[in-house]
Design a protein around this ligand. Structure first.
Ligand SMILES: Cc1ncc(COP(=O)(O)O)c(C=O)c1O
Length: 366
């Protein structure tokens, strides 16, 4: 199958709209997994203000603060660490590139599969060798033990795991910090998971210089276009990454919005709880409706996306949804260990979840 690597990620609205002959705004994108009701009004206001400000020193006109001082202070306060233990990035994706440089220098990486394709992408930048840790595809919606990992120098883990939605228990992750020279923990979706923070590795950072935690703000706040993520880790490691990257990796608008989003830990907590209630409510609703469809089984998931498998290939179903209903689901053929019978669906608002179920039912009936 011919599909350029750049389109193997979800959320390729422009390319898909061009192929279908419609506008990106006409598509319902369930191929990426963003919170459907963000970003909050106050954030849109501050983004607009930042974007329109032309006075000297405004986020649009001035060079961004290379040290991201304000955002690092907010991150430090939020996670109870010193600011030099934090590093904002141009999305989590940029930070994987630098994590991979450390990983390649440390030796063989172990990467759970099926998994997020950006880790191999980042490792390939530095010629980093890696081997798969095959996962059994039997998730549950509560915390579960991380599988027995093969030998290696570096472990990449995603909590909750993408694409299965498995939430790894902290108790099963902690011993891995003794076994691996470097552990790179991607917690991009953890704040969206009800009870997820209790499984975070962040409290173990100070005691484990071989641990890096990477988080994303793009899903939680629905700002994927702005590009904003961050790493938490040992200051010497993060300072090294700063020396490697270009001078202004996080743009001024993203810094301004990030500061606005994270300045108040109480407001952050309220937003996360609202998002987690949505994940629980809509995830359960969508899963139950999918279960009732013929030939489709959803895997239990702790996250705001559901992996489904079919009795037969689901490619025609996905294509039907795309062409006839303008709904995008995630093609899973490029995930190692998955294939034609698998799709991933990002949970939406109730209205859009209904639209997805209606469309799937029509396609199944025909
Ligand atoms: C597990 C996981 N981590 C990180 C990212 C990337 O996040 P960002 O948009 O901050 O680069 C994604 C994006 O799909 C993801 O699925």
């Amino acid at each position: 199958m011919q599909m350029p690597p750049s389109e193997r990620h979800g959320g390729n609205l422009a390319a898909t709209a061009a192929r279908l002959g419609c506008r990106p705004s006409q598509l319902l994108d369930a191929s990426a997994s963003l919170v459907p009701f963000g970003p909050p009004c106050a954030v849109r206001g501050s983004l607009l203000k930042a974007a329109l400000g032309l006075a000297s020193g405004s986020p649009l006109r001035a060079y961004p603060d290379r040290h991201a001082t304000g955002l690092r202070a907010s991150l430090a306060q939020l996670h109870g660490v010193e600011p030099d233990w934090t590093l904002p990035g141009n999305g989590a994706a940029e930070l994987f590139t630098w994590a991979a440089r450390d990983a390649a220098a440390a030796g063989l990486s172990v990467v759970p599969q099926p998994g997020f394709a950006d880790y191999p992408r980042a490792l390939a930048c530095w010629g980093g060798a890696w081997r798969s840790l095959p996962l059994t595809l039997q998730a549950s919606s509560g915390p579960q033990p991380f599988p027995v990992a093969p030998a290696g120098a570096v472990l990449w883990l995603t909590n909750p795991h993408n694409p299965t939605g498995a939430l790894w228990s902290l108790a099963s992750l902690e011993p891995l910090l003794q076994r691996f020279a470097l552990v790179i923990a991607d917690e991009a979706f953890l704040p969206l998971v009800p009870g997820g923070e209790a499984q975070s590795l962040i409290p173990l950072l100070q005691a484990h210089p071989n641990l890096v935690v990477i988080r994303s703000l793009t899903k939680l706040w629905s700002i994927a276009g702005l590009r904003l993520g961050y790493a938490l880790g040992q200051p010497e490691r993060l300072a090294r990454w700063v020396r490697w990257r270009d001078p202004w990796p996080v743009n001024g608008l993203a810094l301004a919005v990030g500061e606005r989003l994270l300045a108040d830990p109480l407001a952050y907590g309220r937003w996360c709880r609202r998002v987690q209630r949505w994940t629980a409510r809509e995830g359960a609703w969508l899963s139950a409706r999918l279960e009732a469809l013929p030939g489709i089984t959803p895997l239990p998931s702790a996250a705001n996306f559901l992996l489904i498998y079919g009795d037969a290939s689901l490619v025609p179903l996905r294509e039907g949804l795309e062409c006839r209903h303008r709904i995008l689901l995630r093609d899973c053929r490029f995930f190692e260990g998955l294939g034609e019978r698998w799709l991933r669906i990002g949970v939406q608002s109730r209205r859009h979840n209904r639209r997805i179920i209606r469309a799937l039912r029509q396609e199944c009936d025909s």
